[in-house]
Design a protein around this ligand. Sequence first.
Ligand SMILES: NC(=O)c1ccc[n+]([C@@H]2O[C@H](COP(=O)([O-])OP(=O)(O)OC[C@H]3O[C@@H](n4cnc5c(N)ncnc54)[C@H](OP(=O)(O)O)[C@@H]3O)[C@@H](O)[C@H]2O)c1
Length: 334
Amino acid sequence: MDLILLVMDLVFPAVILVVLLVILAPYFIYKFVNKILRMFTMEVLLGKVVLITGASSGIGEKLAYEYAQKGARLALVARREKKLQEVADKARELGSLDVITVCADVSKSNDCKRFVEETVNHFGRLDHLVNNAGIVSAFYFEEYTDIANTLPVMDVNFWGSVYTTQFALPHLKKSKGKIVAIASPSGWLYGPGMSIYAASKAALVNFYDTLRVELGSSVKITIASPGFTESEMSQGKHLTTEGVVEVDREKLDALIGNFPVKSAKGCAKNIVKAVCRGDRNITDPSFFRIVYVCKVFIPEVLEWFFHVNFVPSTTMKNATSINVSDNNNNKKSI
Ligand SMILES: NC(=O)c1ccc[n+]([C@@H]2O[C@H](COP(=O)([O-])OP(=O)(O)OC[C@H]3O[C@@H](n4cnc5c(N)ncnc54)[C@H](OP(=O)(O)O)[C@@H]3O)[C@@H](O)[C@H]2O)c1
């Protein structure tokens, strides 16, 4: 057996390299032409039923407006009822034909079952599932004292999407519908200062990549990776090392620095366009993709770059934490 594997170690890469050299050029031409053609056969959303989790703020809220403007019927899910109602009212004004809101916590499997059932009972079908609800924990790994306090990150970002997908899948198969997963470049690049969040998004990306293989063309999947985008999250809403959700402007300022932040509206517009075109992935802004190419070809250089630019020296790190915890004016527990 070992001998067979040794031969495969030698032969397999060589064969694949030759095949790649032959097919790469025609493959890229095919992809380019295919993308152009898909622009002319964009899905029409009028009357389609779209379920969006985490629709009470940020990207989810703007996705609701984007779908509403195209005449989709909406099921909006989050925990804050009042905020959801406000989003629902605006979505109706913008052109949505019918909107329901469901208060639910995506980290609870029963809640996910309930809001999928309520959606299908009300509309009779489901066309798009947008798994957007998410939270962030933005600390360097060594800052955590009890790592178990970060469990909600995985529960919401990963399991929240997985539960919902499982309950929605039979309905999406019936309608030949679509799944949209809101991931993050930190899921396939690096996420210094938010390793647990990055891991939750990496799990999400791998889950949907695998599901896409299992489902074939019966349900299309678009994985969206927005860069820094205007939202409550980018305004400092995060899970603290104590496991409490808190808003602390300075905390996220320390992480994002002067990095340009995209408008949630622009981000939502690009995501919905990509979904209607049937894209497998969308990265917005798209320049993150070239950084990924660097990760593949020159990983050591990129690791060094990220370390130097996104990891403060020990002294700076301590200074940042002291600064943040001292400034109570900028902190609000939720
Ligand atoms: N903003 C960025 O820079 C950025 C970058 C990359 C990826 N993302 C991803 O984009 C998605 C949306 O985040 P955002 O930036 O728009 O942040 P946001 O404004 O904080 O929105 C998060 C949404 O998720 C909902 N949510 C959180 N926990 C929930 C739970 N347990 N059950 C149900 N809903 C829950 C929140 O509603 P309630 O609190 O009312 O429940 C809210 O509607 C997230 O998956 C995030 O990871 C954001």
